[in-house]
Design a protein around this ligand. Structure first.
Ligand SMILES: [Zn+2]
Ligand SMILES: [Zn+2]
Length: 441
């Protein structure tokens, strides 16, 4: 298989670019995206790092069918790009506003000629810089990237076309959801969203069931654990016999979800998050739910998703008991988008000492660290009532990205100390460690 090329944007960025480039529908418009190239196996991702629009004074002339930009605008960008390490690719975007709304956009022969010349110029003067281009009409796009020997097509990750729901049974199942989220949103989540759930224990299994009950139908379940008797107090879909037979959590959950709706598209991956199989699914996902309870997998997913521009939702719960008395019942939902300037590391939600501890193989050393008191190894309580509240908050907050019913919150906290409360935590973001090397690049 050949490589696949994709461009990925920061949160809401593509919408803004569209608005700007079609602000005047009678004129062709232009901008440049400075991007960073990342490759995993056969997938090459261009991440949007910065957008440059020409100022009015830098546009020589423009009409419905052409735009001409002062050379200086491009030269300045190229000089800058040559000095930077965070970007390595220049992506040109221009529009064809003259197209009828039902025809698909394509590059013109003038585009071909101009781009070919520009590629030659880059090759001679800025050989380190990769070059790609996109052309937009108001409802379609075409993209290509110039490689040494060839030109390859490039796709926009967020460009998902909503499909009609063909099966009337599907609409029957979700009939009572329609007025809650709107039929167009239901179609969108049905046809465009692929979701990976990392960890399908007491939190992840509830998230999965919530998602399919809300109408999402394309799920990837990732976990390498088996069902144990001590899970049966909270694992959705798990039965006594599953613990007796030591069945895989992902298999048990998949079976359960399909018994609710046999038309679902569910993939069960029985492996660690770091396996190739799991990572390839995560790379293709539109959203990742992070529902494991150990620091090293949480840190790994955090770093991976930020690097490859995959939005994710982290859910955590906490029940602390001191001297036999419950001292805290709480949980939080954290939403992180590509290009956002905070992550689980700088928010202090994953701790290096815990990651190191989890990675130590020698029991002797583990013992020593425990004795020093940096880490406690005692298993906290885990209960379904708390888990379901947090899973509900997280899934509702995801649905809100489509309905926009509520204001977006990056961190939602639930506390059940004396009186149940839900609040938005902006302080954590304000007080985060500002020099984070994961999200601040
Ligand atoms: Zn053109
Ligand atoms: Zn960070």
């Amino acid at each position: 298989m050949d490589e696949k090329y994709e461009i990925r944007f920061k949160k809401n960025s593509l919408n803004k670019i569209f608005k700007n480039l079609f602000s005047d529908e009678k004129k062709e418009q232009f901008c440049i995206i400075l991007a960073k190239r990342e490759q995993v196996n056969k997938l090459v991702i261009l991440k949007e790092i910065e957008i440059c629009y020409p100022k009015q004074s830098e546009i020589l002339s423009s009409s419905l069918t052409h735009i001409s930009i002062k050379k200086d605008f491009i030269y300045k960008i190229l000089l800058d790009l040559d000095k930077r390490v965070d970007v390595d690719t220049l992506v040109e975007i221009h529009t064809h506003p003259f197209l009828e709304s039902n025809s698909k956009v394509s590059f013109s022969s003038i585009d071909d000629e101009d781009e070919k010349n520009f590629k030659e110029y880059l090759k001679e003067n800025y050989p380190k810089t990769s070059y790609a281009s996109l052309v937009f009409s108001n409802n379609s796009y075409k993209g290509r990237i110039y490689l040494d020997e060839k030109i390859e097509e490039i796709e926009i990750k967020e460009w998902n076309i909503t499909k009609e729901i063909q099966d009337p049974k599907y609409l029957d199942i979700y009939n009572r959801n329609i007025d809650y989220m709107g039929i167009d949103n239901l179609k969108k989540i049905f046809s465009t969203e692929k979701i990976s759930i990392v960890g399908v224990g007491g939190l992840g299994s509830v998230v999965a069931e919530h998602l399919i009950n809300m109408g999402f139908n394309n799920l990837v379940l990732i976990d390498n654990d088996i069902v144990e008797y001590s899970n049966l107090n909270r694992l959705v879909g798990a039965k006594y016999k599953d613990a007796e037979d030591k069945r895989l959590k992902v298999e048990v959950l998949k079976e359960h979800l399909l018994s609710i709706n046999p038309f679902l598209n569910i993939k069960a991956i029985n492996s660690d998050i770091k396996s190739d199989e799991a990572l390839n699914e995560v790379l293709e996902s539109n959203k990742v739910f992070l529902t494991t309870d150990n620091h090293s997998s949480r840190a790994f997913v955090n770093d991976f998703c930020l690097r490859y521009f995959i939005p994710f939702i982290s859910i955590g719960v906490n029940i602390s008991v001191k001297n036999g008395i419950v001292s805290d019942i709480s949980g939080e939902v954290i939403k992180i988008f590509p290009g956002e300037k905070f992550c689980l590391r700088c928010l202090g939600r994953v701790k290096q000492i815990n990651i190191d501890y989890e990675n130590i193989k020698s029991e002797e050393i583990k013992e020593k660290i425990l004795k020093r008191g940096y880490i406690t190894q005692h298993k906290d309580p885990a209960v379904k009532t708390l888990n379901t509240i947090l899973a509900s908050l997280a899934v509702d907050s995801y649905i809100n990205e489509f309905t926009n019913y509520n204001r977006e919150s990056s961190i939602l906290v639930y506390e059940n100390n004396k009186i149940p409360t839900i609040y938005e935590d902006n302080m954590s973001i304000k007080n985060r460690k500002k020099d984070c090397f994961i999200c601040n690049l």
